[in-house]
Design a protein around this ligand. Structure first.
Ligand code: GRF
Length: 200
């Protein structure tokens, strides 16, 4: 399967996918391009180091959000992906993107959805006083972190945790989960029935 990975930050989830592809010829997926919504991020450097084509589509370079969404969709489509992975991509895509890639756009979120959706899933779980949290790999739909869940991993919250310590422990679980899920979707195929994701 051909993967396009979208990033906004450090790109450690992207790196985990790059490492999995490099380590295992039977992994089932190859990364064909990496896209971002901003310049100068470590995620793009990781892609360049791996010799992959990259593209950047910034919202502020477009007249409005819909135009940006269309530009992003076209940049992704140019690489003819089977699956698109949002690995710490911190933008909500719009109608045009979902019309093209709905049902094959995977996101990873650092909380156990449906708890703590949105941009501050780690902080919100801590502030709520939750005792466990984790990460969720899911398909993207037109809500914020509401699409069908593929897999989840659990992480205990420790009394001494702050946001960054907790996020680091979540990300260790998240990277393994994302690599496992993407490989299974790519190798085994899947279907989505309502909210259920069925991987044979
Ligand atoms: C991940 O925890 C992702 O779920 C969150 O941002 C983090 C991205 O980390 N939205 P990285 O850029 O893959 O290192």
């Amino acid at each position: 399967a051909r993967l396009v990975v979208l990033v906004s930050g450090s790109g450690t989830n992207l790196q985990a996918l790059l490492d999995a592809v490099a380590a295992d010829p039977g992994y089932g997926a190859t990364i064909v391009a990496v896209g971002a919504d901003r310049d100068g991020i470590a995620g793009l450097e990781r892609a360049e180091r791996a010799g992959l084509p990259t593209f950047v589509r910034r919202v502020k370079d477009h007249p409005d959000r819909a135009a940006w969404d269309l530009a992003l969709a076209e940049a992704v489509a140019a690489h003819q992906p089977d699956l698109v992975v949002s690995a710490g991509f911190m933008k909500i895509v719009g109608k045009e993107f979902l019309a093209r890639f709905g049902g094959r756009f995977v996101n990873t979120h650092p909380a156990l959805l449906p708890a703590f959706p949105g941009a501050h899933g780690v902080r919100d779980a801590l502030a709520y006083g939750a005792k466990v949290t984790g990460c969720t790999v899911h398909f993207v739909d037109d809500g914020v972190d509401t699409g069908p869940i593929i897999a989840q991993g659990v992480v205990e919250i420790r009394p001494e945790d702050d946001e960054s310590a907790l996020h680091e422990r979540i990300k260790e679980v998240e990277r393994r989960l994302l690599v496992d899920v993407v490989g299974r979707l790519a190798r085994d195929g899947y279907r989505i029935e309502g909210r259920k994701v069925i991987v044979p």
